[in-house]
Write a protein that binds this ligand. Sequence first.
Ligand code: SD4
Length: 341
Amino acid sequence: MSQAEPHQGAHPHATSRRNACLALLSAATVGACASEGSHAREAAAKPLPPLPRAPMVLSTWNHGLPANLAALELLHGPGVTKSALDAVEAGCRVVELECPDMTVGLGSRPDRDGRVTLDAAVMVGDGRGGCVAFVQGVKHPISLARLVMERTPHVLLVGAGAEQFARECGVEVALPTLTPAAEAQWRAWLTEKKYAPKINIENHDTISMLALDAQGVMAAGSTTSGLAYKMHGRVGDSPILGAGIFVDAPIGGAICTGLGETVLRTLGAHLAVEAMRAGATPQEACEQAIDRVIAKNPHPENYQVGMLALDYHGLHGACAVQSGFTFALQTELHESPSRLR
Ligand code: SD4
């Protein structure tokens, strides 16, 4: 795909270790796509482009499309006062409210005891981060994670303590319930109770997001219900800095999705950022990190991990263990033609 060419729909490319990732580029997304490994390597050989004047947002899975739009909206236009962190929070909140895959937010599938427990994290390039894990009844865990970063001396709050902090901040904590759809699926699962924690392409889940604003500030976020029917108390990679998300200025950021245990064992996002620090392009960094995940976790045919990386020049990379990993990149906002003025 030429860099100037608008591209619509799913775009297969060969960056995964086992197969291919899919780059999801919306009709509103044009240009600057270094998602193919060869593009990224060519770009690395050339002098690096100047710091981007236009902001960009990169997210996991199909739900990255609406999330990116909400995020980028905050970063565009004259007199913009919102930051990359505001954008990440706004984008993730979209999926927390509406997630057809039932894998983010209060409408998610529960753990094996029938309780929806949520994890989230935010991080910015100066090393600050906030995380919440194993929280129930919180509509927007991504915002609670940000509050942990901004209002406490801590990085990670979990469970009842995190919920208490939410109430203290005036964040509503609802009584935990299941949506009718989630309850029906859980009850069907209970008939067999097969505990097989595999995340594959049928289980599109976590939204993880990287945003780079026009001031060259980068932020990352992730929010998830984790594995469906997990053990009560299980926490994955998403709320752990260095595992599910990591950002370090002026190197770049990386985010993950997939089976969290495999990423926790390798600190995948940190690996990718350190690879970039050592000179890898974002694409090479994702490939190296995914190689490590596969090396340290047997039977890669049984799990999926997708990784995205972005550097401060606006180059991005993507790689996954298996085919079927989609991501969304948004660099521009477009207004649709209208019939009425
Ligand atoms: C977890 N990494 O809790 C999350 C889930 C996920 O794609 O990202 N799935 O393991």
